[in-house]
Design a protein around this ligand. Structure first.
Ligand SMILES: *Cc1c(COP(=O)(O)O)cnc(C)c1O
Length: 394
């Protein structure tokens, strides 16, 4: 049974009472505008002219030859900013405008979501503040500068471990105090309801396009769709229009990291769908990486965008009912795929997206994926070239 705020036992609104008015106002605002023809038309214009949609569905011939299945790549790497993230941030920024909000806030870890929020804020002319742990700011100086170039204020967070979770706390504190004029943009299908639904809906454009494009190219639906999953927004975005097509298998590929080991405090991976247990994180119930006392483990991955101890509640639910198949690949398998796609197709993938490619390589042989496969390439790899080169000892 799916209740209003939940997907089976997952999701919900596990937030302090002080946050409820803000969340109720957001729910009402989204319900009001999601079917508003003016809102829909304006969003479509932004997606076309600013974000660069529709993105191509590209037949990767040399990769198909190498892996022995016919592969199409959904080119979210070509979205403005270099990833699918802008589909969501432009949607929420526009929703903020329609709701009469005059200020946007967000939190960021590695800076990818913060940059996509800053782009949307600049384009719509809405003042934007991005909370970021001071340790993360030091590690990601170029992204800090990029957000500043885009006119956003980057607010250093000095509390706790000075990383993402502390930035989330500060953003929530800001939102509670300023909800009258401020909209909080969450970056994936996580957080309390209605965020998992809002972000999913704004990312569903990916799957809607892919469905039309594969029908035009092949005259039939694919046998399988493969996407990487951190919080899970690019995965649910490409999966969602195919949920009722029972013959299309859906694979969510998580970061297997250096191995699937965990210690008291640390997971050497970020595979929460594959190995997590029921718990609450950032306002929702989901599959969470936690120790036996329920404390959240520190996750890890070669790809910053997948490095998260939780996963969207709807994906957790879809995994439980067997509609999606959780999978994972290691950092090393991911690196191999990163090199392979670059050399075979002239496309340098984001390390996040390379997880999906790596899984196709591994699973194609067993026949598990069928003959016709769509890979959602969530982003481009320019941001990762330096760290890969360093890892290779260059
Ligand atoms: C942020 C990011 C991801 C992970 O986010 P999801 O919500 O799981 O999609 C994946 N790929 C790229 C390129 C990203 O920037």
């Amino acid at each position: 049974m799916i209740s209003k705020t939940k997907f089976g036992i997952y999701g919900g609104q596990f937030v302090p009472e002080t946050l409820m008015p803000a969340i109720e106002e957001l729910t009402a605002g989204y319900e009001k505008y999601k079917n508003d023809p003016e809102f829909i038309a304006e969003l479509a214009r932004y997606l076309a002219d600013f974000a660069g949609r529709p993105t191509p569905l590209y037949h990767a011939k040399r990769l198909s030859n190498a892996y022995g299945v016919k592969i199409y790549i959904k080119r979210e790497d070509l979205v403005h900013g270099g990833a699918h993230k802008l589909n969501n941030t432009i949607g929420q920024a526009l929703l903020a405008k329609y709701m009469g909000k005059t200020r946007i806030i967000a939190e960021t870890g590695a800076g990818q979501h913060g940059t996509a929020v800053a782009m949307a804020g600049a384009n719509l002319g809405i003042p934007t503040a991005i909370y970021m742990g001071s340790v993360d700011m030091e590690r990601q100086r170029m992204n800090v500068y990029r957000m500043q170039l885009l006119g956003a204020e980057v607010v250093p967070v000095e509390s706790g471990s000075k990383t993402l979770k502390d930035a989330i706390n500060e953003t929530l504190r800001d939102w509670v105090a300023t909800v009258g004029n401020t909209y909080y943009i969450i970056g994936s299908v996580v957080g309390p309801y209605p965020y998992p639904v809002i972000v999913r809906d704004f990312q569903t454009v990916v799957g809607n396009e892919a469905k039309e494009q594969i029908m035009r190219a092949e005259g039939r639906l694919p046998d399988s769709i493969v996407a990487c999953a951190g919080g899970g927004s690019n995965a649910i975005g490409v999966f969602y229009p195919f949920i009722d097509d029972a013959d299309v298998d859906l694979f969510a590929v998580e970061a297997g990291g250096s191995n699937l080991k965990v210690t008291e405090k640390t997971a050497y991976h970020s595979a929460s769908l594959c190995t997590g247990e029921l718990g609450s994180l950032h306002g929702a119930m989901s599959k969470i990486l936690q120790n036996k006392y329920g404390q959240i483990l520190e996750s890890s991955s070669i790809a910053a965008g997948l490095d998260y101890a939780g996963v969207g509640p709807e994906l957790a639910y879809l995994a439980d009912i067997g509609r999606i198949t959780p999978a994972n690949v290691s950092d090393d398998e991911t690196l191999d795929a990163f090199f392979e796609l670059s050399r075979l197709e002239g496309i340098i993938p984001a390390l996040e997206s390379a997880h999906a490619v790596a899984y196709v390589k591994k699973a194609a042989e067993s026949g598990e994926l069928g003959d016709l496969v769509v890979i959602n390439l969530s982003g481009r790899g320019d941001k990762d070239v330096y760290s890969v080169a360093k890892r290779e000892g260059l």
